[in-house]
Ligand binder design. Structure first.
Ligand code: L3W
Ligand code: SF4
Length: 437
């Protein structure tokens, strides 16, 4: 294991993660001792429009994958329309490899609750929801406890801290469907329907929960708000790059010595992140990696100096996504990894549209053939052709995302596919596993 050099260690910027190592920071008394709810007190003295402007000035972009400017989204909420407004926090963290929101909600749930209160005040919402992934039982328990504590201390409910602000916050557990991380499927699920994506536009900003103006933001986005209120826009922008401002929690997994969450200014390179994580495991050399989860195109070892911000990763041909950085080595197989992801998308496809429902089903079958040593050269064309018919023709991002690892692994690692097809690599699946393929 290699120790990171000092100049690389200095790239760590613990902001959202700063309380994670403080014992019992999930408890409101400890949280208050560590500056907790100071941002709310400050925010309540600021006009809601000025808060929206502050978030715009900070350059905060959504932490759920798309990087949409948060202040702009808040500014879309029509004011004086007489309708109820809602804040919905997407805590359905389900992207394979992503693990930044769950530790945040477990170790520091009040940061999310405080951010939710400030954001609701800014957009004039009197009801907010945290939609948490069904499997995240412990995090949901922590959140519910935090919400109860916040009510007991007057941070939630009627006339919050005597300001006249009213807010009810509800923690709602999903039922474990990846598609409910898509914002409109999430809203359907919250309304009690089967979670399937809605047509956009109209966007949730005007037609969201119960057809009312709704801001849907990721956990990391909302938890950033108290820090920006306390530290100011200029301080936030002092971290990251000009267009990708602020710190980001990178979740590193795979063939590194110290997997985990590393919070650094956006724009740190993959090489530096691997160094922070103690280097590659002994005997392993970087072969391929995902910058932001399995929905983002794979990159290769040659991209190790890619700056991990929205623009840097896009320039390398991928998407920053959720910064779920999964590291694979020369001892891992990109064909098999892609197959496992495809099985996931096939399983999680909601079935609403044909390209995704059928395309993923067919691609899984083709991958099984290849991995069982029964693939043909024509199968590679079939895969690319199927991706062509799924990408851009699917109803929501799940279909598009499913094609990412297929097209990118064929781009960088075609030889690995040919090795199975031409018999140089031993089959990974048995003929028995082809049954049903
Ligand atoms: C009003 C407009 N609002 C856009 C809003 C829109 C949404 C946000 C971003 O996908 C990404 C995807 C996955 N008026 C608007 C508007 N908005 N135009 O802005 O929208 P969009 O369509 O760019 O992205 P999206 O559909 O929200 C999210 C990527 O995330 N992803 C992550 C998946 C998993 C997780 C997780 O586990 N936590 O997030 C992975 O890469 O591929 O690109 O709010 O309403 N004119
Ligand atoms: Fe459902 Fe897939 Fe179509 Fe999205 S792309 S609506 S998940 S079938």
């Amino acid at each position: 294991m290699t120790s990171p050099r000092r100049e690389v260690l200095e790239k760590l910027t613990p902001v959202l993660t700063k309380r994670w190592l403080s014992p019992d920071a999930w408890d409101i008394d400890v949280y208050e001792r560590l500056d907790g709810y100071a941002a709310l007190r400050k925010a309540l003295g600021v006009h809601p429009d000025d808060l929206i402007q502050l978030i715009k000035d900070s350059g905060l972009r959504g932490r759920g994958g798309a990087g949409f400017p948060t202040g702009l989204k808040w500014g879309f909420i029509p004011q004086g329309d007489g309708k109820p407004h809602y804040l919905v926090i997407n805590a359905d963290e389900g992207e394979p490899g992503t693990c930044k929101d769950l530790p945040l909600m477990t170790h520091d749930p009040h940061a999310l609750v405080e951010g939710a209160i400030i954001a609701s005040y800014a957009i004039r919402a009197e009801r907010a929801y945290i939609y948490i992934r069904g499997e995240a039982v412990h995090a949901a328990r922590r959140l519910r406890n935090a919400v109860d504590q916040a009510y007991a201390k007057g941070y939630l409910g009627q006339n919050i801290l005597g300001s006249g602000l009213n807010l009810d916050l509800v923690v709602h557990s999903g039922a474990g469907a990846y598609i409910c991380g898509e914002e409109t499927a999430l809203l359907d699920s919250l309304e009690g329907f089967r979670g399937q994506p809605r047509l956009r536009p109209p966007f949730p900003a005007t037609h969201g929960l119960y057809a009312s103006p709704t801001v849907v933001n990721n956990v990391g986005t909302i938890a950033s708000v108290p820090y920006i209120v306390l530290g100011g826009a200029a301080w936030w922008k002092s971290m990251g790059t000009e267009k990708s401002a602020g710190p980001m929690i990178y979740s590193l997994s795979g063939r590194i010595n110290n997997p985990g969450q590393y919070e650094c200014g956006l724009g740190i390179t993959l090489r530096e992140l691997i160094e922070l994580a103690g280097g590659m495991q002994p005997g392993h050399e970087l072969k391929f990696w995902t910058p932001g989860g399995s929905s983002t195109p794979l990159l290769a070892a040659e991209h190790i100096d890619t700056p991990m911000d929205f623009e840097g990763v896009a320039a390398a041909g991928s998407i920053l996504g959720t910064t779920a950085t999964q590291i694979f080595s020369d001892q891992d197989c990109p064909v098999y990894a892609t197959y496992r992801w495809l099985e996931f998308y096939h399983h999680e496809s909601c079935g609403k549209c044909t390209p995704c429902r059928e395309g993923n089903y067919w691609m899984v079958r083709v991958f099984r053939r290849i991995l069982a040593g029964e693939g043909t050269h024509a199968d590679l064309d079939t895969l690319l052709d199927t991706c062509d018919n799924v990408l851009g023709r699917s109803f929501c991002g799940l279909g598009d995302g499913a094609t990412s690892s297929v097209t990118s692994s064929l781009k960088y690692f075609k030889q690995d596919y040919l090795d199975y097809i031409e018999g140089r690599k031993a089959p990974r699946l048995s003929a028995k596993q082809l049954v049903g393929a």
